[in-house]
Unconditional design. Sequence first.
Length: 466
Amino acid sequence: MSHSQSNMQLEVLTAYGQSHLATLDMHTADDVEQMLTKAHSLFKKRDSWLAKHERIAILKKLASLMSEQVEALAMTIAKEGGKPLKDARVESERAIDGVEKAIEALAHLNGSEIPMGLTPAAVNKLAFSYREPIGVVVAVSAFNHPLNLIIHQVIPAVAVGCPVIVKPASTTPLSCLKVAELLAKAGLPEGWCQVCICDNKVATQLVTDSRLGFFSFIGSARVGWQLRSQLAPGVRCALEHGGVAPVIVDSTADVEAMIPKLAKGGFYHAGQVCVSVQRVFVPKDMAENIANKLAKAAEQLTVGDPTQANTDVGPLILPREVDRIDEWVQEAVQQGATLITGGKKLANGCYAPTVLLDPSEQVKVSTQEVFGPVVCIYGYQTIDEAVQRANSLNVAFQAAVFSNNLQQSMKVMQQLDASAVMLNDHTAFRVDWMPFAGRRHSGLGTGGIGHTMHDMTQEKMFVLNL
């Protein structure tokens, strides 16, 4: 972490119970100016660029160092982010895999030969392109995957040779700081990865600077689109916001096999996932049965301290989020939804996994991303109606279909407005090399390690007159 000139400090608390974890100095506007100057200076001085083999060696060493600290990394995720330890361990392993995937992708990030001789003007010419780093990368990250999101935003920049300045979520900065520490230990020279701990005003200064080449943002649509509107001309950006993920179930679905997947997709990390299962459309005569079965699965989950091995669902990131989610659930019930299970605050920032049956289409749990452990079941009369309702919002990310009718399910999958549709699996499925993209209000650009690396480079063409 870069040295701070500020007297202001950030207290980092555990998500579960809000206990003290760490105190960090916050960066000022002057600190940010120094970071930007350093990063821009490194990029403009081509002699300081790291060769591809040097970057590969650094990333290999990073993966090795992370492998030695999987348990410590997982515990940090569990404490600051509230993710249950067993899931935090998976995140740590995924993060290591992400580094390794960046190494693999670097070998295939190539230019191409451009055909010449196709017209008289192009005779006796040879043309080819290669990809070079786009410039200074600024990344603003989110709390819900405090290690793996940093890997997705920072490691592509390091891999392709861009200096990167990253602002982690104020609730979960420790995982990010650890990545920066390990990168330095792995041999990344000073200035190529800087961590900025700052308030939103200072962050805006960072994001809107004209020396940026690329801006990566993960967070709310309101903030993401606002920041995009303030970017300097020519700055590329990638925005990853949220969705209100729809699931369509038809009459041929294997309900017993489906229920555990819906529970996983809806209640994993207390629903704090941008593609978490939220709206489940089922045939009207099956709705009550499916809601009851999902409620039974929800009631079997262990909710509590994320550092305990048997915990399935941890806390919300902040107490105010518990209050917000409860207000939304109570609004839905008051407007006619049936509360099948949950709907109550628990101790230490937790909320009971909740299943609602047939909420109104106008209430918040039906129209906005809950980002909490709430799954809504809606009955439909026809499959066309289900598709229309699933596509009715201005957000679109991932979706799912449960069916044993391949012909019908393929038709529905094609009709759903989503960047990815899972068949007989939950909406939150992801592997880190697949394209990952929000549509419409849900984002801009395409994530995934290799895709991000491509976007953090630009094509340069050489034309030789022979």
